[in-house]
Ligand binder design. Sequence first.
Ligand code: AMP
Length: 395
Amino acid sequence: MQTLNKYNFKNKKALIRVDFNVPLQDNFTVADTTRIEAAKSTIIKVLEDGGSCVLMSHLGRPNGVEDQFSLRHIVDSVTEIMGVQTQFVEDCIGEKAEKAVAELEAGEILLLENLRFYTEEKKGDQQFAEQLSKLGDIYINDAFGTAHRAHASTTIIAQFFPENKCFGNLLAREIQSIDKVLNNSEQPVLAILGGAKVSSKITVIENILDKVDHLIIGGGMTFTFIKAQGGMVGDSICEDDKMPLALEILKQAKAKNVAIHLPVDVLAADQFSNDAMTQIMDVDKIPKGWQGLDAGPKSTENFNAIVQQCKTILWNGPLGVFELESFSKGTIALGNSIARATKKGTFSLVGGGDSVAAVKQFGFADKVSYVSTGGGAMLEMLEGKTLPGIEAISK
Ligand code: AMP
């Protein structure tokens, strides 16, 4: 793999695509600095070698130039996290940007203005990518969150650095972690897929059936499988049109010797609310007027037993409506169970937007082996796709 360690950055200007698409508060301070911290190891390596860093990123979805989406707002956070006064230039291409880069000295950091102030970025425009490419000697892609997009700064730009391009430490770790689950895993391998809908995870399920020994299906997806097999799911979330697909998945799993585990009981509620009346019910005997919103105690016990047996675990999607405290217990119990297995040596990867939010919210983030930073990118890798941003470096 083309990693940072292949290069010595002494007196080199590293042009780094980072993912600083951070949430901002009303007063434009950074609400969550995780993504800035995630880029630190790459930036520090370049600086310690005696090089300088030119950082490029997008922020939000601006319509042309809009001050609320200016990366200027995050300069102080970058300075604080990197421990180096960060300079800012109010454009990402052209004269101003080129002048700022020319004046940049070893040990310094320059942050360019939001790439998406130009529509050319998302279009993957060649000329725009070429202009960006003038701003550094070596191109580093460290933005996993956008690696599944063929944008100018994530993919197209790489061709202008045929010999001088590599993955940053964050992106390299993401690739290695997913590879460790999908291709170089210690068995038994378990995937846990939760979340709301079967439809958004179907390609993932199909791809991973070839890679895993056990598959736990939880969360809202459960009910499409239960109803397809003749169970009563009451008012639980259910995609009737996906029932044939659910049966097909169960058939394929059997043929491939993958053990599928569904919840056997649920915490059902009479409405979608924290103060709803609740009752533990069998997963296939939920009457009208009730909906399953979390895994029940027997399911939690079963899932824990499987988790403790497995040596490699992938977790994507919560087991219930974890945003509401009343329905968060199943997801919390699963997180605890994975944390215990990890402590005993199991490799655990958590990825995909909502499960990442859950592990952070409940304090498991440092108790699992790796928490992925890219929701969509991670799902596409699990679907077996080659991401354009990764391919562009590997070529
Ligand atoms: P996803 O983005 O597909 O991973 O779905 C995550 C969402 O699924 C979260 O917002 C959960 O609240 C929701 N979810 C999980 N379990 C259920 C359930 N039993 N009923 C409704 N929504 C659920």
